[in-house]
Design a protein around this ligand. Structure first.
Ligand SMILES: Cc1cc2nc3c(=O)[nH]c(=O)nc-3n(C[C@H](O)[C@H](O)[C@H](O)COP(=O)(O)OP(=O)(O)OC[C@H]3O[C@@H](n4cnc5c(N)ncnc54)[C@H](O)[C@@H]3O)c2cc1C
Length: 424
């Protein structure tokens, strides 16, 4: 059966967005704001992908790409050490090798400086975008402007991170140094085992990112958006345009298509004629009971363990770093659970039982730059994925850019670095 979503006359367009995470919904909401009729498709509903279980930090400080100079020396050790924050499933090693090669190439000084500048510009738009969408959705109370704290037990770990903070400062990020005493004052919820801290005052926390993104989904529906609970199996292309999005039973036509399917975007981008080195950096969380109304005042990154501890009422969500194993492999919580005793010792409230666990899929490009771009071989298709570690933060800013691209208007910032054409 074929359902026709007819083209609107004049500037009002039918826009079909694939993906109901923070990025897809932000694109949908800004397109609606520009007067378009928008459909969002997702087989799992709103906020069921990476946007659900992340650490909830609006981390507008994080302008440094993941691959930095010297990474080539560090990666083998990180991949092999038992307590390393980086894991590779050996069955996936051959598949991830080309991505890792690009990752290493992206770590040159020149490329890191280029990426840092463009990420900083995107991140500068993060808070205003969240405030705008959250105010419209009536969920601004879910954004807590509490800052984001990074803590270090050892001088060595702090020294290793210092050049990154220098670079952040050069891009206008507020990085306040806290010594042991200042740290204890700022975060009494931590045990006195940390020697150094860096506070990013301008960052914020979304305590329950799943609820937040669902609230954006509810706003989308209130504004007349249509939700299709189906997987888009293909985007059908002819004569340099996407004709329709095909699900199991339907074909949806529209004036413009947006690929915002997070870590699952690679095949749809290929349908639109763009070959992208998108893979996933899988990440886990566990939720621990704390008994305290609020065990920590703000989210805390513990450098030596590479975990983020995000507080909420009676709970602590602990998120881990990176596993390379693709989209299909079963979860393996062992590494994160091995850190649980250390979390109990580091948090004064001594979090107790683990009451929840989750695996999510960061949509990651090897150069840490998202793809926010027209599809070069499909004139009516916009690509918006690959936001890696900072997609919750940069979703709304991405939505505003995509809405401009849908209208053929100049984007609100220089997006040349996010072009899909950088991959040739
Ligand atoms: C452990 C962890 C911690 C993190 N912490 C933070 C943080 O503190 N701050 C931050 O900014 N970011 C963080 N991130 C990153 C952030 O969560 C992601 O970058 C962001 O959620 C990506 O959003 P998205 O909308 O692109 O993808 P997703 O939220 O994954 O949404 C993509 C959607 O597309 C749908 N989809 C896939 N294929 C199809 C198809 N064929 N048809 C229709 N729909 C489809 C999926 O079902 C999914 O719902 C973290 C990630 C992880 C894993």
């Amino acid at each position: 059966m074929s359902r026709l979503v007819s083209s609107g006359a004049g500037p009002r367009k039918r826009v079909f967005v694939v993906g109901g995470g923070i990025v897809g919904l932000s694109c949908a909401l800004y397109a609606q704001r520009n007067g378009h009729d928008v459909i969002v498709a997702d087989p799992r509903g709103f906020a069921k992908g990476a946007s659900y279980g992340n650490a909830g930090v609006i981390a507008n400080s994080e302008c440094i790409p993941v691959a930095t100079p010297g990474v080539l020396r560090q990666v083998p050790r990180m991949l092999l050490a038992a307590d390393s924050p980086l894991t590779i499933r050996w069955a996936y090693a051959a598949r991830i090798a080309p991505w890792l090669l690009r990752f290493v190439r992206a770590s040159s000084r020149a490329r890191v400086a280029h990426a840092t500048g463009h990420l900083a510009a995107l991140l500068a738009r993060a808070m205003p975008g969240h405030r705008e969408l959250a105010a419209d959705a009536g969920c601004d109370q879910l954004i807590k402007e509490v800052g984001w704290l990074k803590v270090f037990q050892t001088d060595a770990a702090y020294r290793q991170a210092q050049s990154g903070f220098d670079s952040m400062r050069a891009h206008g990020v507020d990085c306040e140094y806290l010594d042991r005493r200042a740290l204890a004052q700022r975060e009494p919820g931590l045990a006195a085992i940390f020697a150094h801290g860096i506070l990013h005052k301008d960052c914020a926390q979304i305590e329950d990112p799943g609820r937040y993104v669902e609230a954006l989904g509810a706003l989308f529906l209130r504004r007349g958006g249509q939700f299709v609970q189906s997987e888009v199996e293909a985007l059908e292309r002819s004569d340099g345009r996407i004709d329709c999005a095909r699900t199991g039973t339907e074909r949806y036509q529209a004036d413009c298509f947006v690929v915002a399917a997070g870590a699952w975007s690679k095949k749809l981008a290929a349908d639109a004629g763009a070959k992208v080195p998108l893979d996933t950096e899988r990440g886990y969380h566990v939720v621990m009971e704390t008994g305290e109304p609020q065990a920590l005042r703000q989210p805390v990154y513990w450098a030596e363990k590479s975990v983020v501890m995000s507080p909420s009422s009676q709970r602590l969500r602990v998120t881990s770093s990176v596993e390379f194993a693709g989209l299909q492999a079963a979860p393996d919580y062992r590494k994160l659970k091995a850190i649980v005793p250390a979390i109990r010792a580091a948090v004064a409230a001594e979090p107790g039982k683990v009451v929840g666990e989750w695996l999510g899929f960061r949509p990651s490009m090897p150069d840490s730059l998202p793809v926010i771009s027209r599809a070069p071989r499909a004139a009516n298709c916009v690509l918006a994925f690959g936001h890696g570690h900072i997609g919750l933060t940069t979703g709304p800013a991405t939505g505003a850019i995509v809405a401009a691209l849908i209208d053929g208007a100049p984007p609100p910032m220089d997006i040349s670095a996010f072009s899909v054409e950088r991959f040739g």
